[in-house]
Design a protein around this ligand. Structure first.
Ligand SMILES: Cc1cc2nc3c(=O)[nH]c(=O)nc-3n(C[C@H](O)[C@H](O)[C@H](O)COP(=O)(O)OP(=O)(O)OC[C@H]3O[C@@H](n4cnc5c(N)ncnc54)[C@H](O)[C@@H]3O)c2cc1C
Length: 413
């Protein structure tokens, strides 16, 4: 850092909040701050989000969770998404979740809690599942299912673009090609030191910096300094690296997840939203194709974006899909990709004050897109109004990992 900071050119602007990471969460925070009259600077190594989880997700939106805080965050977000439905491609075709014996009793126990939180959800027998979704013709081992008509699928890029347009209209500034590698907080301000690229970064440069956490090469950029009243860390799976800059830990683990695009041949799932099978495989219609995912429990943590391709599809996804529906016999692998889940030990997000002048909202454990609106509002509320702000989301504070008041989310794949 010493050699890099020697060339630092200070920027004159002073912002209300400097937000580190401009994925769905950072962009939602910027919009929410703008609504409260607070000017934000959004800093990202790659605003186009090539490796960001907000770019590489499955677009699912559900309030079908078992932790009340997750139901509430998703419901509040869904109400907002309904108000901009066409702009963000929100298709409320529901979530069908199939349960085996081991989980069905718990799913039934949670139903009244979900309904109390304004989440429309019904319980189905296997026979009703077969009637509603005739494509599913092997229901062995299925004890029951839930169908939640308010859940659905979203275009996460359009959602992020919406947040950013709203934030820009409220004078937020977006700083692209900038990698934050030092943070100083003092009694009156916070200062960020960022390496900023002089030219557009290649895929390889973005990958090197985000997989090896390298601050960038002095020859290819220069240092800039950003001054703000406060800092918000919204760096997704990279939040632990950013928190380390102020001497804090985060229990977040970056875990690779892979999605496959499949040629569905004669089968169309156009009428349905997301379908989660008890085997752990999930799939939904995606334009002319099907998007399918599966999360192997043994996947090691790390910043890996390696996609295993057709071999992964044949080994993990196809057998599970075919075991549930014989019409999937001739599915053909087309393409796919890998991205990062940002997992906490209890699979709920982290949101709150991290240190004086430092706030955080990250590690939404694979529900960050769907909960981004409510998370952005809660963090902005906390920043604007102090400790009283944030509403129910205050329970997501990092303190819970020390006090043991965990929010363990069981309905997770
Ligand atoms: C395969 C897959 C499927 C998923 N499916 C769903 C789903 O169906 N529904 C759902 O809601 N969620 C889903 N998720 C999870 C969801 O994508 C994430 O929870 C969400 O995108 C996290 O958003 P974020 O803004 O916190 O992080 P990100 O979108 O990852 O953004 C973090 C940003 O921080 C930047 N950054 C990091 N370090 C620095 C630094 N030092 N300096 C500058 N910039 C930095 C990065 O460049 C990045 O743009 C899925 C994820 C994956 C991988």
């Amino acid at each position: 850092m010493a050699t890099l900071t020697a060339h630092t050119s200070p920027r004159r602007e002073r912002y209300g909040v400097a937000i580190i990471g401009a994925g769905a969460i950072g962009s939602a925070v910027a919009m929410a701050l703008g609504e409260r009259g607070i000017r934000a600077a959004l800093i990202d190594l790659d605003l186009s989000g090539r490796l960001s989880s907000s770019e590489r997700n499955a677009g699912g939106v559900r309030a079908t969770w078992w932790q009340p805080i997750n139901i509430a965050l998703s419901r509040a977000s869904i109400r907002y998404y309904e108000s901009i439905r066409d702009e963000i491609g929100f298709r409320q075709k529901g979530y069908l979740i199939l349960y085996d014996d081991a989980r069905w009793a718990e799913a039934l126990r949670i139903l009244p809690i979900q309904r109390d939180l304004d989440h429309p959800i019904e319980a189905l027998t296997p026979r009703e599942v077969a009637r509603r979704v005739p494509e599913i013709d092997h229901l062995d081992g299925i004890a029951g299912a839930t169908f939640s008509s308010g859940d659905g699928l979203i275009n996460s890029n359009l959602l992020k673009a919406h947040y950013r347009a709203r934030a820009r209209a409220d004078s937020a500034e977006f700083i692209d090609g900038a990698f934050v590698h030092a943070i100083e907080t003092g009694p009156s301000e916070a200062r960020l030191f960022c390496w900023r690229a002089d030219a557009a970064l290649t895929d390889a440069q973005v990958a090197r910096m985000l997989t090896q956490d390298e601050p960038g090469e002095p020859a290819l950029g220069r240092m800039i300094e950003i001054v703000a009243d406060a800092v918000a860390i919204t760096a997704g799976a990279w939040a632990p690296n950013v928190l380390k800059l102020i001497g804090l830990d985060s229990p977040t683990a970056a875990v690779r997840r892979q999605l496959c695009v499949v040629d569905s041949r004669a089968v169309t799932l156009e009428r349905y939203g997301m379908i989660f099978d008890s085997s752990g495989v999930y799939f939904h219609n995606d334009g002319p194709h099907i998007l399918a995912g599966y999360s192997p429990p043994e996947e090691p943590a790390g910043y890996s974006f390696k996609f295993d391709g057709e071999e992964f599809f044949q080994r993990e996804i196809w057998p599970r899909m075919y075991a549930r529906a014989s019409c999937f016999e001739r599915l053909r692998f087309l393409s796919g990709w890998a991205g990062l889940y940002e997992m906490t030990p209890d699979r709920s997000g982290i949101l709150g004050a991290a240190a004086p002048r430092v706030f955080e909202a990250h590690s939404f454990s694979a529900h960050g897109v769907m909960q981004s609106y409510a998370a952005g509002q809660a963090l902005a509320d906390l920043i604007a109004t102090g400790a009283r702000g944030g509403g129910d989301a205050r329970s997501l504070g990092r303190e819970r990992f020390a006090t043991g008041k965990l929010l363990y989310e069981e309905l997770h794949w």
